[in-house]
Design a protein around this ligand. Structure first.
Ligand code: R5P
Length: 302
């Protein structure tokens, strides 16, 4: 099995390869003056199972395009199979029509991936549990939740904490991690977003957090507003401290500062999106999903 890293996920590809006692393989990415890219595979991939690790974040359109042409380069070079491991799947929030006249960009990305000839797809904590159903190729849906559960067990006395989902869409996730921790209590926040600009209009809390350490668990942090607003609501409702866990750090400009200045004590994210150095801040801790991805690759019929 050969592991190739896309331009934005080289570090993660090396971490995964290392856990499989391999070196990540090299695909040459050449950029023309007008911005177009050309991929060249410099290794012999004939009859080999190949894996492309590339999260489509930070520059999602560019990252997707690179995946499409890398799959093509591998197929043309005779690869036996191509698996795309996309630890963070860009456009996964656009999985249905919110208002008349809109596109469903996630479906477009899936169609394009399949059209290039991808054989198998690996993802982490997809925004909705139904996304794998949109594919016609096999999808292995992995999660950072077991890593978070282990960390929570080590860092807290379980009877002192309450898990919190910052929105109703995260109920399945919060129930799952509560089960992993022995069915500890959880609370949920009802958050209403404006469909035009995505801003949060209002939110309310279901459940009791008084005198507890609140541990918010979400699939992603983007602007950071969901986490910061949730932390304020939890403190207002009597939580003594607030911690935030999220699989994907889809940070945008200012997220780092907002989280650092917030009521949150510590923000734990995974390395599905390898963090540019300018997004690091003192309250941030990054855990790796490399082991989980490597184990899945070991047992996925290669
Ligand atoms: C929403 O449904 C997601 O689960 C996250 O809560 C959301 O994407 C976070 O966005 P932001 O950090 O911009 O509030």
């Amino acid at each position: 099995m050969l592991i190739f890293g896309g331009s934005l996920s080289k570090v993660l590809a090396s971490r995964i390869a290392k856990r499989l006692n391999k070196e990540a393989s090299v695909a040459e990415v050449f950029r023309f003056p007008d911005g177009e890219k050309r991929i060249r595979i410099r290794e012999n991939v004939l009859d080999q199972d190949c894996v492309i690790v590339h999260s489509t974040a930070l520059l999602p359109d560019e990252a997707y395009m690179e995946v499409f042409i890398m799959v093509d380069a591998l197929k043309r070079s005779g690869a036996k199979s191509v698996t795309v491991a996309m630890p963070y799947m860009g456009y996964s929030r656009q999985d249905h029509v919110f208002r008349d006249g809109e596109d469903v960009s996630l479906e477009v990305m899936i169609k394009l991936l399949e059209a290039t000839g991808v054989d198998k797809f690996i993802a982490f904590d997809l925004h909705s549990i139904r996304i794998p159903e949109l594919f016609s190729i096999p999808v292995i849906h992995l999660s950072a939740l077991p890593i978070f559960a282990e960390k929570i067990k080590k860092e807290f006395k379980l009877n002192e904490i309450v898990l919190v989902s910052p929105d109703m869409g995260g109920i399945r996730r919060i129930k799952e991690i509560s089960e992993m921790l022995g069915n500890i209590p959880y609370a949920t926040i009802e958050k209403n977003r404006d469909l035009v600009n995505g801003e949060i209009n209002d939110s309310g809390l279901n459940g009791d957090v008084r005198g507890k350490i609140a541990v918010i668990v979400d699939d992603m942090i983007s602007t950071g507003i969901t986490m910061v607003d949730a932390a304020e609501l939890l403190v207002k409702n009597g939580a003594i401290k607030v911690f935030a866990y999220a699989t994907h750090a889809v940070f945008s400009k200012g997220t780092d500062e907002l989280l650092q200045k917030s009521k949150i004590e510590k923000v734990v994210v995974s390395d599905t999106i390898v963090m540019p150095i300018y997004f690091l801040f003192p309250k941030l801790e990054v855990v790796s999903i490399a082991e989980v991805a490597a184990e899945a690759l070991k047992i996925s019929n290669f």
